[in-house]
Every structure is written in C-alpha cells, then in structure tokens.
Design a protein around this ligand. Sequence first.
Ligand code: PEP
Ligand code: MN
Length: 341
Amino acid sequence: MSKTIIAGPCSVESREQLREVTATLANMPQVTLIRAGVWKPRTRPGGFEGLGEPALQWMQELTREYGVRYCCEVARPEHVELCRHYGVDTVWLGARTTANPFMVEEICEALKGSGMHVLVKNPVCPDVRLWLGAIERVREAGIAAVTAVHRGFSMYNNQGFRNAPLWEIPMELRHEMPDVPMLCDPSHIGGSRELIEPIALAAQMLDYDGLMVEVHPHPDDAWTDGNQQIAPNELTSLLDKYLNAPAPAADNLSQRLTPLRQQIDDIDHSLLTLLARRMALSSQIADIKRELHSPVYQSARWADILADRLQLAAALGLDADFTKEMLEKIHGESVRVQLES
Ligand code: PEP
Ligand code: MN
C-alpha cells in the first residue's frame, strides 16, 4: 500500500518561508500533505507562539497557486473554525491536547459536520487509553477519516530521544484499532537531525502507514524546533530509503520464519506454565506467612531477588531495564496473589 508522507515546517514563520518550502514540496510527488504549525503550544512562556490567522490566509493563497494541501495543529474550537474558513481540511490534535479529554471534547464539538481529516498525535504521557479515547471522541463527532501519529512520550528517562518512542504503545493502539492508519513523527521522537533516518527506518520495519516529518528550507534559522528540522534535500534522501525498501519476499519468508516461530510459541507456553507454577507457590507461601503472622512484603527478600536475577540477566545478555520491569510485574502479581489468597 502506498505510504502517506506529511512534510513541512514546524511553524509558519513568514509568507516567504511558507512559499519557499511549498514550492519545493509541491515538486515532490511522494509528499501527500504539507504540515505547517499556525498555533504553537510552548511548554514554557516567552517563545514564538505561531502567526495564527495570517498564516492560514497564505495557505489558502498557496493552495490555489501550487495545488497542494496543508494541515496544521488545532488546540481550541476557534482554530477548527478558522481552518474551515480558510479551506484547511486536515488538522491534528497535538500531544498536549490528546492528554486532555476536556479539550478533545471541545474541539470535537467544533469538528462535528466538518468532514475534516483528523490526525491524533499520541498523548505526552505513555497512556494508550488517552490516545484511544481521543480517537473514539473524534469518531463519535462523526469524523470518518482519523489517523494516529506516533510522536513519542515524555519520560523521566527519554533514552537519548527527545520523546521516548516506546514502540509497544503504538503497537497496542494498532492492535485495538487495526483500521486506524499509523504514521510516525520521527522529528518529535528524535529531536535531532541525525536521529530522523534511523527512527523512520524503524517505523518502516514496523510497517507504519507513513511519516510526518518536519522540513524547513533553512533548518538552522528555524524559529521553533531547529535541531530536528531537515532541509528538503535531506527529505529526498530520507524518502529514497524509506519508500524504496525492498518488498518482503513472501514465500521464502514464511518458510524460514515458521520453524523459529514454532520455537517461540513453545517457549511462550513454557514461560506461562512456569509463571502459573510460581504463582501457585506464592499461594502456599501466603498460607505459611498468615499462620506465622509474617508480613507479605519483605523488602530484604525482594532486594535479594532483584540483585540475584539482575546478575543472571547480565550474564545471559538480557537488558537490565527490561529484566527489572518484568520482575517488578511478576513480584507485584505475587504480592497480589498472597494478599488475596
Ligand atoms: C508539532 O508537530 O510541531 C508539535 C508541536 O507536535 P507535538 O504535539 O507532537 O509536540
Ligand atoms: Mn515541532
């Protein structure tokens, strides 16, 4: 299936800047839509907050001149009205908006009957339910064309990214809503130019439906998100790689994957059987602790378990964060079983 490519500046800065980037992108047939921020949500006050209505007027003029289509972020119902007025028929809910159900509801009221195409970015926090909820609200407003955009999550430890990708969250969304196309926004995940390509190629391998990339005619002079915007020639080489990846060879693929997948199935079954045995032991332990008036949670024992398993995981070449998270889940469940048995 052909990929959706949305490209354009983080923000509209002037008529000339919008015209320059539009003239270049209009010549790239791979580009489906031009993105350009008109109202900019700033985490801290004092930054450039977008040009508002005049930027929409220029979009309308340039749409006529170049036959392109634009999209921009809406963060209030009035923004939707203005977009409709100036013929911008695709809008997106930003990460801060998706995290706020009250705001999503107000914007959805304005979207009713508009027939717009709505992109819903993931919420800033790693909560798939907020993302699902925003998409459901948009659909309940009668919007049929809804697309999800994965732009990463704001974490205490962003793992070297501007926003940690946490690929498992968009995967969960795709599992829950298989009919909603998923785009990757490598610009806001990466936060720096050199990370755009590896992130886009990861999205390629995960079979995303396309990209939303920040492209500026002169990235070093950009008023917002300068570090992560790429120049049009860099977009061309990114798209060469992203769009021309060799198609999977179906026959050979299943022949080679099937035996390995069988082993994975067997291992998963063994893991679950072992986990069930572990939980059964937890119930027996609960009985003894209750009889002897011993507390369910014993911090020294938990510290010993963690240290021992992390040492083994390191020797086995398993990732420490993954191991710790998995053990915390298992231990939490064991505590729950003991409290409830
Ligand atoms: C943007 O796309 O420029 C933007 C502000 O996005 P986000 O909501 O992902 O931070
Ligand atoms: Mn941006």
